[in-house]
Each structure stands twice: as C-alpha cells, then as structure tokens.
Ligand binder design. Structure first.
Ligand SMILES: [Zn+2]
Length: 119
C-alpha cells in the first residue's frame, strides 16, 4: 500500500491542528458551563437548580468526550513529529490517506480497528 506523501502529511497535520483548536475551545466552553451550578446556587430555585445540574452533567460528558479526542489528536501529532505517523499500531501497514482524511487521529487501519471493536 502507498505511504503518505509529505504533502498529504502536511494536509493531515493542519486538519489535526484545526480539530485540536476546536476541541480546546469546546473544553473552555464546557469549563464555564460546569461553573454555573456553584456560582448560582444561592440565587436559583429548586427547579432551575435541577436544570443547571442537568446542564452540568451534559457539559461534563461533552468535556470527557472532547478530552478523549484531544488526547488522540495530540498522540497523532506526536507520531507525526517522530515520523511514525500513518502506520497501523497493530499490523504496521500504512493507513490509507482516504481513511486519515476522515479520521486523521486514527492509529489503526480499518481491519485492526474492526477487530478491536468486536473484541
Ligand atoms: Zn492494521
């Protein structure tokens, strides 16, 4: 299978950077959302406090997901620096560019990914 050209790698790098910035912004937003409950605790009634708590738990799950994605992206960028990017972590085959364009942080080829998910 084909290895990535330097141009393709650069394209994926900017994609990763873009996603990284987006997630970091999301995390900042989630952080301010989780602050709501403690800030307004004395002034809000019971019902709106429930609302606020619901919002908070949603914000927490958004944050958890964003953090997980961000970790993957940071790892992918690190692999790029080590020139180990674009290879499957399991079978060591090059990961097709088309797959990386959709999911630049992917660390496994489709075949191995499927295997992992079916375990
Ligand atoms: Zn593989």
């Amino acid at each position: 299978m084909d290895q990535l050209t330097p141009k393709q790698t650069e394209e994926l790098r900017s994609l990763l950077q873009f996603n990284k910035n987006k997630l970091e912004q999301q995390l900042l937003d989630a952080e301010s959302a989780t602050g709501v409950v403690t800030l307004d605790q004395s002034s809000v009634g019971r019902v709106s406090r429930m609302d606020a708590m619901q919002q908070q738990s949603m914000a927490v799950s958004t944050r958890t997901k964003a953090e997980a994605s961000l970790r993957k992206i940071l790892k992918a960028l690190k692999r790029m620096d080590l020139e180990d990017f674009g290879y499957c972590g399991q079978c060591d085959e090059p990961i097709p560019f088309n797959r990386l364009k959709v999911q630049p942080e992917a660390s496994h080829c489709l075949k191995c990914q499927d295997q992992q998910e079916s375990l």
